[in-house]
Structures are given as C-alpha cells and as structure tokens.
Design a protein. Structure first.
Lengths: 322, 244
C-alpha cells in the first residue's frame, strides 16, 4: 500500500489558475427563473397526458367474453395470477431464478391472493341479496367436491372457446356446467354495474388504498393489454419508457428497456431477473467509475475535455492562466 | 462560552481563558470547548466556511457551459418540489378534475423531464471531465446515487398518477420487482404505499442527497482541467476544507 497522500490547501490546488469574479446566488436565481419560464411554456402549450384508468366495468361492457373467460380461469385457478407464485401465491407459474438463486421464493408470500375466492366467490357472496338463484348456485358450488368443481369448470372453460355474445349475456353451448354458468352470468352483471370494481377493493378496513387485487384481475384478461397495445406501451414496443399519447415517458429507462428487446433477455423465462441483475451490475459499475482502470481513463483518451475547457487550454497555450 | 464569565453553577472548574478577549468559541481558544456539539461545530467550520458555501471568486475555467447543467438541474428540482407540494396538498385526484390541477400536473411533468435531461447532461459532463479526480470520488458516487434515487422517485410518481399509464406501469413493473424478492415489500400495485414513498420518503432522501452533493462540491471546489500543466503533483491530495 502506498503511503497516505500529502495534503495541500485549496490555494495550492488552484495555483496557476486565474480566479474570476463569480456570483453564485445570481446564477441560481437566473437558472431557477429561466427553467420556470421554459416549464410554464411547455405546460401551457403541450399540457400533460392523462388517459383515464381502465375499469372492470368498462372491460365487462366492451369485451364480455374475455371478461367471463378470465373470471372462469380465476375460478378454476388456471389464470396467470392464480399460478403466479410469490408474493401472491404458493405456486411457481411466474417464479424466476438463476440456478439455485431464487430470491422470489426465498421472500415468500406477502400479498396473498386466493384467485377463486378473491376474484369470484367472495364478490358474488356479497351480492346475494334478493337473488336466491345466485345464493343457491354459490351453495351448490361450495358444497361440491373439488373433483366435481373441476369437472364443471373444465367443461365450461372448453365451452367458452365457442362462446357467443347474445345481447349482454355470454352464451355457451349446452353442457354439464353445474352452477358455474349462473356464477359467471351474475359476475358479469355485477361487473357491468361497476360493483365488482368496488368489491375487489373491500377488506376489513373502511379506508382503501391497495389496488393489488383489481389490478391483478385486470392483468389476467386480454382487454387490458389490448388498450396498452393501442397506446404503444407493451414491452415489445419499448413500452417501459413510453407514455400515453405523444408525450415523453421515462426516457431515462432506455437501457433497462433495451435489454427486453434483445436475446437472451427477450426469450428467457427469467428475463426480468436477468435484466435486473444486469442493470444492478451496470449501476454499481457507474458508481465505481473512479476506481475502474480503463473506464476512468477514457476521458483522457478521448479529448472531449478539450471542448469543455477549450478557453482554458487556449489561455494555457498563450501563457495567460496565471 | 459565556458561562465562563462566572455565572456558571456547575461543579467543575471554569476554563480561565474561555470568554476572554481574543478567544474564540470555535475551537481555537487555549482551552477548547468539548462535547459532541463543539466537535460538530468545529468540523463544520473547518470543512465548510461560509466563503466556500457562497464563493465570490472561482477559477476562470468554471465559465465553461458544462458547469451550467448542475445549476439548472437544481433549478428544475426546485420546480419539481414546488409543483409536487401543490399537488400533494390538493389531493391525489385533484388534477384529474380541475384545469388548474392539470396545469400544475403539467408543471410537475415537464419539470421532471427537464430535471432528468439536465442531470444526464451534468453526469456526462462530469464523466468527460473526469470530475472524480484529485480525491473527488465520493462526490461522483453521491451523484450517481442521486441519479439512481431520482429514477426510483420518478418511477413511483408514474405509479401514483391514478390513470391508465400508472395501471399499466404497475402491472408490468411488478414482475421485475417480484423476481428480486422485493415485490411483497415494495408493492407497486399498492397505491397508498407508493403515494407515501413518492411524496415523502424519496423527496426527503433526494433533497438530503442534493445538499450533501452540493456540500461536497463546495467544500472541495471544482476539479482542475485534465492535463493542466500547473496541476499539483500526482499523488497530492487536498486537506479538509479544500478539494482533495
């Protein structure tokens, strides 16, 4: 190890450098006002984006078949969220790992989601007032064995492949669906009324700020990604750094987004984790630039600094720095 | 300290030199003040005298345009914070229902955009000027942390817009965050959690880091140009209160 560096004071450090008058407060004041003027002009002329949020009600009205298909997959625990894994469920459908490194599994379930109960059965059970048909269907379904429920749901999910929209109802060919057809019909009616948007937010508390369940339910359908596709927001459209409309988005995420467009990240089942690891390494690299040989020397090799301090170097050549 | 005049009632002997003409309470007296407070004051006095905080003379090379980006980044941050305070005060849904609210949201939106543009230009300027030289590595590192914290802060801002954009960003971002194991603790689908983080925790962290960064820059001064023939010999560092 080398000995501790000898220390010099600031006057010594700047020896040979011409000192000039400098008004820091004036500079900050001008910069602050200047930026405000530009921001006000941009705000007045270009405004800012605000595409209204998607609702389950709008989903149920504009694409009832997709809604019912999604709801049935939730009830049969076949949806992406139902099989997701931590932090929502104990499954492994969306668990990502690198070899034996499985932080998602290690962290465990912290935002527990029971798809059949949370997205279908619980909201319906809160809507049985004056609806004996629904109450009876719920009782039948809940009292049935898991095997019987599975048979009804398998048959219904297959039938949804040839579902048609009749007026506002989703019609499927006849079959042994038990109470499932009634449950789906009532859930669609509930969703169309806007009631499901509210019921997915309910908990034991009066105040609600956690939108995990309605967002997860929305994300399982095809309606929500379809809206994003129109707005150029999907992953393959560099959506992470895009904004609705023609506004700039999080352009500073360009590098994060880039990895999702190229192999192996865009094809890997653990692509998200690989991208996060890559960006973490690059961020640490940026942090440690002063200590990385080569990277820290590039500014000396490529003389951009000649542009930055061109006046200074010109004065040095003239011998005018002192 | 003034208690040295004899008014003190403590049991210990009073330092006879303290409080006498010509003595200083900042640590230069024959008998120095002791304790954490005195130590902190002495440290601040030594590292950051007022003439360094608010300089009236700077090296002439500071006239380069590259130094403007740091100042305008802070200027943009000022308007980010001001507009953010107005939006926070009026409530999270105000800007969706009020033209004035939407205008303030636009100010917030464009201030953020400018903040990042200026910050990235500042970062590149410091990279090409190798701003970490002569003992300024910590200044560079705090700047990088600031950049990263700013990205997370902006991200949480996008999550709490309460519109389609925030829904879509939350749903997509969850997978990457869940993959790290943090999704259960930093739940991007939880508006309340993201709102608190965005309007309070991260702005405080960001402001403190900016202050620290400015203190670092002011206490050490700006780095000399690369290849300066008058630069201190290689291996020299600069004592506290001056650039290292």
């Amino acid at each position: 190890m080398s000995a501790r560096r000898p220390k010099i004071d600031k006057a010594d450090y700047y020896r040979g450098i011409r000192m000039a008058p400098y008004d820091l407060v004036k500079e900050i004041a001008i910069a602050t006002i200047g930026v405000l003027v530009v921001v006000l002009i941009l705000s007045a002329v270009l405004s800012s984006p605000d595409v209204p949020s998607a609702t389950i009600q709008a989903w149920a009205k504009s694409d009832p078949v997709d809604f019912v298909t999604t709801a049935a997959s939730e009830l049969s625990s076949q949806s992406d969220v139902a099989q997701y894994g931590p932090p929502y469920t104990s499954g492994n459908g969306s668990v990502q790992s690198i070899g034996p490194i499985e932080p998602q599994v290690w962290a465990g379930v912290h935002v527990a989601v029971n798809a059949p109960l949370d997205f279908v059965l619980q909201p319906l059970s809160q809507s049985t007032v004056d609806d004996e048909t629904l109450a009876s269907a719920l009782t039948t379904f809940n009292d049935a064995s898991a095997a019987q429920q599975g048979k009804w749901l398998t048959a219904y999910n297959q039938a949804l492949g040839s579902a048609k929209l009749v007026d506002t109802e989703v019609s499927v060919p006849g079959g042994d669906y038990g109470p499932v057809a009634v449950l789906m019909s009532r859930l669609l009616t509930l969703a169309r009324s806007g009631g499901l948007d509210a019921l997915l937010l309910t908990s034991d508390h009066f105040y609600q700020t956690d939108y995990s369940k309605p967002l997860l339910f929305l994300s399982d359908g095809g309606y929500f990604p379809g809206l994003a596709q129109v707005q150029d927001l999907t992953g393959s459209q560099w959506g992470m750094m895009n904004e609705t409309g023609r506004y700039p988005g999080q352009a500073w995420l360009w590098l994060f987004t880039l990895w999702y467009q190229i192999p192996p990240f865009n094809a890997a089942s653990n692509g998200d984790l690989l991208v996060v690891v890559m960006m973490t390494l690059l961020s640490v690299g940026l942090l440690l630039v002063p200590f990385i040989p080569g990277v820290r020397d590039i500014p000396r090799w490529i003389p951009v600094h000649k542009l930055i301090w061109r006046e200074h170097y010109r004065n040095v050549q003239r011998g005018e720095t002192k | 300290m003034s208690e040295a005049s004899g008014a003190g009632s403590g049991p210990g002997p009073l330092p006879s030199a303290a409080g006498s003409p010509g003595s200083s309470s900042t640590g230069s007296s024959a008998v120095r003040d002791k304790g954490w407070t005195a130590a902190l004051r002495g440290r601040l006095d030594g590292r950051l005298p007022l003439e360094e905080v608010l300089p009236t003379r700077q090296p002439a090379f500071v006239g380069s345009w590259v130094y403007v980006f740091g100042v305008v980044t802070i200027a943009a941050l000022v308007w980010v914070l001001v507009s953010g305070c107005v939006l926070a005060f009026m409530g999270s849904a105000w800007w969706h229902t009020s033209n004035l609210g939407h205008f303030f949201n636009s100010i917030h939106f464009w201030s953020v955009q400018m903040f990042f543009i200026f910050m990235v230009l500042h970062l590149w300027g410091q990279y090409w000027g190798a701003g970490w030289r002569d003992g300024r590595a910590k200044t560079w590192m705090v700047g990088v942390v600031l950049f990263l914290v700013s990205i997370v802060t902006a991200f949480t801002g996008y999550l709490i817009q309460q519109n389609f954009d925030s829904q879509w960003i939350a749903v997509n971002a969850k997978d990457a965050i869940n993959a790290t194991g943090l999704g259960g603790f930093f739940n991007v689908l939880n508006f309340g959690q993201m709102y608190g983080i965005h309007v309070m925790l991260f702005p405080i962290a960001l402001t403190l880091l900016v202050v620290l960064h400015i203190v670092q820059v002011r206490s050490r001064g700006v780095v000399r140009p690369i290849g300066d023939p008058y630069a201190p010999a290689s291996g020299e560092s600069v004592s506290r209160g001056a650039p290292r």
